[in-house]
Design a protein around this ligand. Structure first.
Ligand code: 1HE
Length: 260
């Protein structure tokens, strides 16, 4: 399946991996309204065979953020609805059908960083750099960045990035928590695919719990969190798939945990 602004391909014996590629390289994958809607539609409409997805960008950069050429004439009401449209699209990435691994390279800036933050795992290559130039442009984040980015790097680092225009390089970004994996230049997609293939072999309810229960438990009081956790654990372990996996380990048929 392919739209002009987004390319989607499936991989794997049963089509279990989807690669969703932002495809507007001449504009550094700047997120126009059409592209952000295409992102929403891509994740809402993933084929049912898909168990994990990779999100990447065509060309030299992952994403240059909001398409600034569309910003100029919006009034307050339109700005509100525009931001809410982004929220809906990025929520579709975070709370869509499957875990999403972002493969990052080049610019991961502004709304591009907001989009990356909606993914479940971020893999960056050495060319990646991160910034929130909204401060410089006289605007504010509007794609859920003020909710998601502090949860990755803390309020203090995000405040610094926006107040001073600070740019994190790939290693600084990894150390700060913007990406969990750092790989040589050109290697982000392969690493992201490797992780996605692994994720696709998990029991579906485990992946569901990680996508939908864990972030909500992290927002709950400890008391409520323990109860939500217990209920999720009970549901996950009752699945036939879970029982078969535990039996396989006990009978020596499953891999042990080993150092990588
Ligand atoms: C764009 C955009 C864009 C590139 N909107 N057109 N984001 C920013 O403030 C980042 C702005 N972009 C840049 O700083 C640079 O373009 C990059 C570092 C990302 C890439 O640099 P480079 O040298 O590879 O490309 P370029 O020559 O700057 O750009 C190539 C073309 O893409 C050029 O258009 P052309 O018609 O002259 O060829 C650029 O104008 C265009 N382009 N970035 C529109 N962002 C939900 S709220 C989120 C708020 C934000 O995201 S604010 C941050 C916006």
């Amino acid at each position: 399946m392919s739209h002009s602004l987004i390319q989607i391909e499936t991989q794997g014996e049963h089509g279990e991996i989807a690669v969703v590629r932002l495809h507007r390289p001449s504009k550094r994958n700047a997120l126009s309204d059409a592209l952000i809607l295409a992102v929403r539609n891509a994740f809402a409409g993933l084929p049912r065979t898909v168990r994990a997805a990779v999100l990447c960008g065509a060309g030299e950069h992952f994403c240059a953020g909001l398409d600034l050429s569309e910003l100029s004439e919006r009034d307050a009401g339109e700005g509100l609805h525009h931001s809410r449209m982004w929220h809906e699209a990025l929520n579709q990435v975070q709370y869509g059908p499957v875990p999403v691994v972002a493969a990052l390279h080049g610019a991961v800036v502004g709304g591009g960083l907001e989009l990356a933050s909606a993914c479940h795992i971020r893999v960056a290559d050495e060319t990646a750099f991160y910034a929130l130039p909204e401060g410089t442009r006289g605007i504010f984040v509007g794609g859920g960045g003020s909710v998601r980015i502090p949860r990755l790097i803390g309020v203090a680092r995000m405040t610094d990035m926006m107040l001073t225009g600070r740019v994190y390089d790939a290693s600084e970004g990894e150390r700060a928590g913007l990406a969990q994996y750092l790989v040589p230049a050109g290697g982000a997609l392969d690493k992201a695919l490797e992780l996605a293939r692994r994720i696709a072999t998990n029991a579906p309810l485990t992946n569901y719990a990680l996508m939908h229960a864990l972030p909500r438990i992290a927002e709950q009081s400890a008391d409520h969190g323990y109860l939500t956790e217990a209920m999720m654990a009970a549901i996950a372990q009752s699945a036939p798939d879970a029982k078969a996996r535990v039996r396989a380990f006990l009978e020596g048929r499953a891999a042990k945990v080993k150092k990588s």
